[in-house]
Design a protein around this ligand. Structure first.
Ligand code: ZN
Ligand code: ZN
Length: 270
């Protein structure tokens, strides 16, 4: 695929060491983005919670450091458009906190994610793989119900990795569109975009999040998409973007999105 596909694309889902499970500061990501000719780069580290919550997100008082590191990258790479975002966990009862976070900076976008299921455990954490074996049907029911609430909350500019529970390659039996259809309906009704997240290609499920049949349904429903890497290290910036862009086009998509100050615009997929 010609390199101009990268110029058309932005990578808006990347992490920093502040979340305690990623490496490389924004300047390191920006260097790679420039090398790869990426159109735009954005940061979306895991949101702080109002109090200590778990060991895989920045702390509340680390937000200023986050802003500083993004500013440093902007100063060092003025030729690259660098956006400020956040990947926010949707956890019922904490909607007020997302609203407070939204006022704490000039965010370009807030991404909504579901990692926590009822009972307070992370659906994508390797320490819980055993729960997926034999329990996938119930896990997926819980996850998709929560993702629907996340979408309908109206708190987020787009939704991350829609079918995240497939991470370990374990899915329920049968046609999975029974889970996708209500989520796609929620996206369409609320005008909320989703991302093709290439991290899935680097996991045991060996394919992008979400599955192709989800993307087909979303295209039929007129739901816009973005393509993001979910990089937790600089070398993964724009990883798999050629394949993801080809998939999006094959599903009928002709455009992707850019965000600035929480306003979106549509740009051609090269
Ligand atoms: Zn992460
Ligand atoms: Zn995530």
């Amino acid at each position: 695929m010609p390199s101009n596909i990268f110029a058309a694309l932005a990578d808006y889902h990347t992490h920093t060491p502040l979340c305690r499970h990623a490496e490389g500061w924004p300047v390191d990501y920006a260097r790679i983005a420039v090398e790869r000719g990426l159109g735009e780069l954005g940061f979306a580290d895991h949101n702080p919670m109002p109090e200590f919550f778990d060991d895989w997100r920045m702390l509340r008082d680390e937000l200023p450091r986050y802003f500083d590191e993004v500013e440093k990258a902007r100063a060092q790479f003025p030729q690259l458009n660098i956006k400020l975002g956040l990947e926010c966990d949707f956890i019922p009862g904490y909607e007020w906190w997302i609203q407070e976070l939204a006022d704490m900076a000039d965010w370009d976008y807030l991404i909504g994610s579901v990692h926590y299921l009822p009972g307070g455990w992370e659906v994508d954490h390797p320490k819980y793989i055993a729960r997926h074996q034999g329990g996938a049907e119930e896990i997926w029911r819980d996850y998709w119900a929560l993702l629907g609430r996340c979408i309908r909350s109206g708190l987020f500019d787009f939704i991350a990795h829609p079918d995240l529970p497939k991470k370990f390659g374990i899915t329920p039996q049968g046609d999975l569109r029974r889970f996708y259809e209500p989520a796609v309906a929620a996206l369409a009704e609320t005008g909320t975009p989703f991302e093709i997240n290439t991290a899935g290609m680097r996991r045991d499920c060996h394919e992008e999040y979400p599955a192709r049949s989800f993307i087909d349904l979303a295209h039929s429903a007129g739901v816009p998409l973005l393509i993001n890497s979910d990089a937790h290290r600089p070398s993964d910036v724009a990883a798999g973007f050629d394949e993801a862009a080809a998939l999006a086009k094959d599903c009928g998509y002709t455009h992707t999105l850019r965000f600035a100050q929480r306003q979106r615009s549509s740009v051609p997929l090269a």
